[in-house]
Design a protein around this ligand. Structure first.
Ligand code: NAP
Length: 307
């Protein structure tokens, strides 16, 4: 049997996918949550992590859970991975640093785009701008996503956030609606959509402008928020520009929650087999070989030909 890997928030929709993926890869999944160890109970957290080789945090709001779980991972001397897509919580994790390998946003939002942008950059040391377009067929968010989104919005006073001129900018400008040419065809998207990519990408790449776009159908689904019945399909289209040059990377797949599990568990596997670059906090693209990481997940997140 492989390493024991603790999963916080294991009762949740995403936590259950992570448990299954760990099992599939021969790890010993170790589910726990606030019933066994509240985030503000360091003694219980230490007890829960005894004997674990790594911890995956899938319990949002991460404004509440990330800092105490990272601290517990440091005391245990084990790597930490989370799936947070909360811009402020992610920024806090980067700002705090860590004495062990820590990968925030190691999931569909935040982590995947960072891998794609890093892979598209290849040998470019810098670029002028990066664009990340999400072509989701819809989005039926889980209660955890809605709770995390509410906390995040509260923390920024309901304002929107973008990365411009090399810094995070909070603003109230109405979002533009435009048409994005995805590999599958054109879709209406909301521009300057507040997304974790504005933290993960600039955390390690010299790109002064990072913009995310979200298909209008998905943004409407997020706002309507019913039960999660039918998993969405997705395409993620990344463009980086430098001077007159452009590079792209595109992937497609199904179920943004389900694919977050192989993303997080692939990270764990690499952290436990010495295939990482930073002992401290780093986004997916900085921590791992981005192109190799994406290639290893090509069965669930296949690359597509960019239009
Ligand atoms: N970046 C991405 O692409 C991505 C992908 C998937 C998920 N996520 C994020 O991951 C989080 C979980 O999503 P989900 O789909 O699994 O939601 P979910 O099904 O609603 O599950 C939420 C989980 O969080 C736990 N939890 C809630 N508040 C907690 C607290 N104060 N302390 C400890 N545990 C707490 C719940 O525990 P109980 O059972 O005790 O209520 C449950 O295990 C959300 O923030 C979501 O946005 C991000």
């Amino acid at each position: 049997m492989g390493h024991k890997v603790a999963v916080y928030g294991a009762s949740g929709h995403t936590g259950r996918f992570v448990l299954a993926e760990l099992e599939k890869r021969g790890f010993e999944p170790w589910p726990f949550g606030r019933a066994q160890a509240a985030a503000d109970d360091p003694v219980a957290l230490d007890r829960a992590l005894t004997g674990a080789a790594a911890v995956v945090n899938t319990a949002g709001p991460f404004a509440v859970t990330a800092a105490p779980l990272v601290a517990a991972a440091e005391r245990a001397g084990i790597p930490y991975v989370d799936v947070a897509a909360e811009i402020e919580a992610n920024a806090d994790t980067f700002a705090r640093g860590a004495a062990v390998p820590v990968v925030p946003a190691m999931a569909f939002f935040g982590g995947l785009a960072d891998l794609l942008v890093t892979a598209a950059m290849a040998d470019w040391p810098a670029a002028d701008e990066a664009h990340v377009a999400y072509g989701l067929s819809g989005w039926q968010p889980t209660p955890g996503t809605l709770a995390a989104g509410a906390v995040s919005r509260d923390r920024r006073g309901g304002r929107r956030v973008r990365f411009h001129d090399g810094r995070l900018e909070y603003h109230d400008t109405p979002p533009p609606v435009l048409t994005w040419e995805f590999p599958s065809g054109p879709r209406e998207v909301i521009g300057e959509f507040s997304m974790a990519d504005v933290v993960t990408v600039p955390s390690h790449l010299a790109i002064p402008s990072v913009t995310s776009y979200m298909s209008v159908t998905a943004a409407r689904g997020l706002a309507a928020a019913g039960a999660r019945e039918e998993p969405e399909t997705f395409e993620v289209d990344v463009v980086v520009r430098r001077g007159g040059e452009e590079r792209r990377a595109c992937v497609a797949g199904r179920d943004i929650y389900a694919v977050s599990a192989p993303l997080a568990v692939e990270a764990v596997q690499r952290l436990l087999t010495g295939r990482f670059r930073v002992t401290g906090v780093a986004s997916a693209g900085a921590m791992f070989d981005a192109a190799d990481f994406l290639q290893s997940l090509s069965d669930v997140i296949p690359a597509t030909r960019c239009s």
